[in-house]
Design a protein around this ligand. Structure first.
Ligand code: IMP
Ligand code: MG
Length: 365
């Protein structure tokens, strides 16, 4: 029998076409990172970007020690598990292999946000056990020395690193409808020209690698790690948003420049500024804006766009709608930040300014 003769010219054309198609893949991942010690308002910024944007997927990595707050039309959601992009009904919500959650906490949030039909979980996202939470809560090293939130994340990360018998999302029957191959799904979306928002947790000062060790969380908290935790690569990144407040907060111990001690001033931050731990419920410590750590956050994350939240903590800036209407104190802060961006690669622009708690209280520059 005659063997079919391979059509080498056609094969070669196909291969070349495929290579070009790959080269042509547009950069369609935006990442949201924290530029300080967590609680910069990443939840609000992710929610805003997702609501106004056209993302196919909003991906969350990291653990439930990070509470992301989203306020829409006066209704406030504190999310420890579900990505903050849930308000856009067209956006599917994804937990990557670098996400840690607890089945009951996750399902509670799924119910609260009505997102059962659009949640996708990587089989290797980790489910924190009650034993891991108890072990962390009972360890004075975690709770007193580091000031851990006590969710069990640190213990779960430790058990994963030690290759213990931990529970993955694929092992939980209650989650079986949500399980999909996340790297395949997300990279397939990019191949088709889709868009992805990657929501990170905590901030540079809490990074296990680049933060203020030992007063840090149990993971790195920068853009490149978030990508790896989701199963994405760096070539498809469009913008990296780094979120800052005009001051810094910390819920646990650790360095804070020029920490505020005046009780009356602190009370304003704790009341008007809602500076109370969304998961830990501890009153947050308040320090001054740190230019050096801001520059490191821009540098390490390769930040292209900056989002400022809590600008309304400068008196007279509540729900300001135009840049010209900011107070001179707020303008001086923004001018100094612009100067810092001008001398720090990749010279990000200030893109978003949040002037109040609601998602819509956001100024686009
Ligand atoms: P852990 O990650 O719960 O072990 O906490 C380690 C340190 O990071 C503690 O000082 C916590 O208060 C702080 N931390 C962890 N997650 C967050 C967060 O999402 N926002 C602010 N601080 C956090
Ligand atoms: Mg938070």
């Amino acid at each position: 029998m005659r063997q079919p003769v391979p059509n080498y010219r056609r094969c070669a054309r196909k291969t070349i076409w495929a290579a070009h198609a790959n080269l042509r893949r547009k950069s369609m991942i935006d990442i949201v990172c924290g530029g300080q010690a967590g609680d910069e308002g990443k939840g609000k910024i992710s929610a805003y970007l997702s609501y106004k944007g056209n993302y196919d997927y909003c991906v969350r990595v990291g653990g439930p020690n990070a509470g992301h707050t989203v306020v829409k039309d006066g209704k406030s959601y504190t999310l420890k598990n579900i990505p903050s992009g849930f308000l856009n009904p067209k956006t599917k919500l994804v937990l990557g292999a670098g996400a840690y959650t607890k089945t009951e906490w996750l399902l509670e949030e799924v119910k609260l946000t009505g997102t059962r039909d659009r949640l996708i979980i990587d089989p290797y996202a980790v489910l924190i056990s009650d034993e891991q939470t108890a072990a962390e809560k009972n360890a004075s090293h975690f709770m007193q020395h580091i000031g851990s939130v006590g969710t069990g994340l640190g213990q779960a990360v430790r058990d994963r690193i030690e290759r213990r018998d931990i529970k993955f999302a694929k092992d939980e029957p209650l989650l079986k409808d949500f399980i999909q191959d996340v790297p395949e799904l997300l990279n397939g979306c990019l191949d088709k020209g889709g868009e992805i928002l990657l929501e990170g947790t905590q901030g540079i000062k809490l990074s296990l690698l680049h933060g203020e060790y030992p007063f840090v969380t149990s993971r790195d908290t920068t853009a490149s790690t978030f990508l790896g935790e989701a199963g994405l690569g760096p070539k498809s990144v469009r913008d990296v948003y780094v979120v800052f407040k005009p001051y810094i907060t910390r819920v646990g111990p650790g360095p804070l420049e020029r920490e505020l001690t005046d009780e009356k001033q602190l009370e304003v931050y704790h009341t008007k500024g809602h500076e109370v731990g969304s998961v830990s419920k501890r009153l947050r410590r308040i320090g001054a804006f740190e230019s050096r750590s801001a520059a490191r956050a821009i540098m390490i994350n390769n930040c292209t766009k900056i989002a400022i939240t809590h600008i309304d903590m400068f008196p007279g800036n509540d729900r300001v709608k135009k840049y010209e209407d900011f107070s001179s104190e707020a303008k001086t802060f923004l001018d100094n930040l612009k100067a810092l961006c001008a001398r720090t690669y990749p010279h990000p622009e200030i893109a978003l300014i949040s002037t109040g708690p609601d998602m819509e209280d956001t100024l686009v520059l």
